[in-house]
Design a protein around this ligand. Structure first.
Ligand SMILES: N[C@@H](CCC(=O)N[C@@H](CS)C(=O)NCC(=O)O)C(=O)O
Length: 218
């Protein structure tokens, strides 16, 4: 089997993991235990010196960064229609995808790993609090995107076809629940995520990664 996808359960690697599963192509999912630091192991760092998931390998090729990996998967399996082919539609899809990846996702990293940003533990609490407030704002933007999708009667964010944006929304909402954001505060997103989770490819990856959609504890 020549394609391997290195993933951490519940991590952002869920996004390409779902696309690979939905492609129907043979691939080997390889679990990386982030809490045990396997991503910083010698062998792993040889493959990805940045020490992160996801990584997709196809034969000898090694691809990192979610946006690059998903763009590769979309072009490798064009019949799945994971990203639009028309230039403007593709650019608009990447615009939202890049925002999720370079703005919303790092906000959560500030909450989850404040030590990456400052060694001063005295300010970690403030950093986490500020990150959650920013995160709530980003989730409100996502709620508006889902409302717009619903108003158009689309099954997924970009239309009828599944795209990387859909599992990214699920991941971001789920992470929010870890940070104490009630998913019911974003009802249309929460309803969408629960429906998405029943799609066979998404359900299969949730099962493989052993995820709960909400970890909100009030
Ligand atoms: N910009 C990167 C972000 C990847 C990332 O943040 N990966 C996290 C999991 S969500 C990770 O591997 N964290 C472990 C670590 O940094 O040690 C991408 O798009 O792939």
């Amino acid at each position: 089997m020549s394609i391997k996808l290195y993933f951490g359960p519940g991590a952002c690697s869920f996004v390409p993991h779902v696309l690979m599963q939905a492609s129907g192509a043979a691939f080997e999912p390889v679990m990386v235990k982030l809490h045990k630091g396997e991503q910083k192991g010698e062998e792993y760092l040889k493959m990805n010196p940045r020490g992160q998931v996801p990584v997709l390998t196809d034969g000898d090729a090694v691809i990192t960064q979610i946006v690059a990996i998903c763009s590769y998967i979309a072009d490798k399996f064009p019949e799945a229609g994971f990203l639009p082919k028309e230039p403007l539609a593709r650019a608009k899809a990447l615009e939202t995808f890049a925002w999720m990846n370079n703005t919303v996702h790092p906000t959560f990293t500030h909450y989850f790993m404040p030590g990456k940003f400052t060694a001063n533990e005295a300010v970690h609490g403030d950093l986490k609090k500020a990150a959650v407030e920013q995160y709530r704002g980003h989730l409100a933007d996502i709620e508006n995107m889902i409302k717009a999708k619903n108003a158009k009667g689309h099954a997924h964010l970009l239309g009828d076809k599944l795209s990387p944006l859909d599992p990214y929304v699920l991941t971001l909402l789920r992470w929010g629940t870890i940070a104490g954001v009630n998913p019911a505060d974003h009802p249309e997103t929460w309803a969408y995520v629960q429906k998405l989770a029943t799609e066979p490819a998404v359900a299969a990856v949730i099962e493989r990664e052993r995820l709960q959609l909400s970890l909100y504890q009030g």
